[in-house]
Write a protein that binds this ligand. Structure first.
Ligand SMILES: Nc1ncnc2c1ncn2[C@@H]1O[C@H](COP(=O)(O)OP(=O)(O)O)[C@@H](O)[C@H]1O
Ligand SMILES: [Mg+2]
Length: 225
């Protein structure tokens, strides 16, 4: 994915708030990116735009060679379904569904996965991530780190190229944070593009590239900061 001079202005009833200004970067598959910044610096704004959950006010965003501004709603939702997995700080797992059923959820709208294959596929993915002995557990029967790994597994359900996380280790203790970061690192080594926005310094230790949002600018570590 490539962003060029992406800007986001939020218009509230009383004022205009700058979310991010003129961010440019190119994110490649097979790499782990950490984007750091203080609270309010625009991390969530950026990751939501990259995840096609929100539009930039101006600038260009190209994903898989396609200019996002030129895509129809249907094309956008297809890219969202097939190419982007999203991981949230608060997991957002369905409490009434078992781990494997949560992982199956994104498959339900994917016509390319046979109905009869979904359950086995979900269980395979949970096995791969080291949760083979937790497939039938409900979220409340799992630790925070396990819940986040179920969330990562759910994000992988449709085998996306891009895995995006908004403070994915924000609710975890150090031990579980490391487990989750190791999982994300392995996924990048297996070819995914992993982008994590965070204010946790631990994330930097796993990243191939570290970016900072500083004074409203997106800057690469060691380059002018
Ligand atoms: N929906 C919104 N409406 C108005 N302002 C917003 C909205 N979302 C975020 N902002 C503002 O945009 C800036 C960046 O916010 P955000 O991307 O959430 O930062 P971070 O995730 O780094 O804490 C902040 O000044 C915030 O108040
Ligand atoms: Mg945020």
């Amino acid at each position: 994915m490539i962003i060029e001079n992406i800007e986001k202005i939020y218009s509230t009833s009383t004022e205009k708030v700058i979310g991010i200004t003129n961010f440019s970067y190119s994110f490649e598959k097979g790499k782990f990116y950490a984007i750091m910044g203080h609270s309010g610096s625009g991390k969530s704004t950026l990751i939501r735009i990259l995840g096609l959950m929100d539009n930039a006010t101006s600038g260009k965003y190209v994903i898989n060679g396609k200019d996002v501004s030129k895509l129809s709603d249907k094309e956008l939702s297809n890219i969202r379904m097939e190419n982007i997995g999203f991981i949230f700080q608060d997991y957002y797992l369905d409490q009434n569904l078992k781990a494997y059923e949560n992982v199956m959820l994104p498959m339900l709208i994917n016509k390319k996965i046979d109905r009869s294959d979904r359950k086995n596929k979900a269980i395979d993915l949970l096995n791969n991530i080291g949760l083979g002995d937790r497939v039938n557990h409900y979220p409340k029967e799992l630790s925070g780190g396990e819940q986040q790994r179920v969330c990562i597994t759910r994000a992988l359900a449709n085998n996306p190229d891009y895995l995006l996380g908004d403070e994915p280790t924000g609710n975890l203790d150090e031990e579980n944070e490391i487990k989750v970061l190791e999982t994300l690192k392995n996924l990048s080594l297996n070819g995914k593009c992993v982008i994590v926005v965070s204010h946790s310094n631990e994330v930097k230790n796993y990243a191939d590239e570290v970016l900072f949002i500083k004074n409203g600018k997106l800057v690469v570590e060691n380059e002018g900061n």
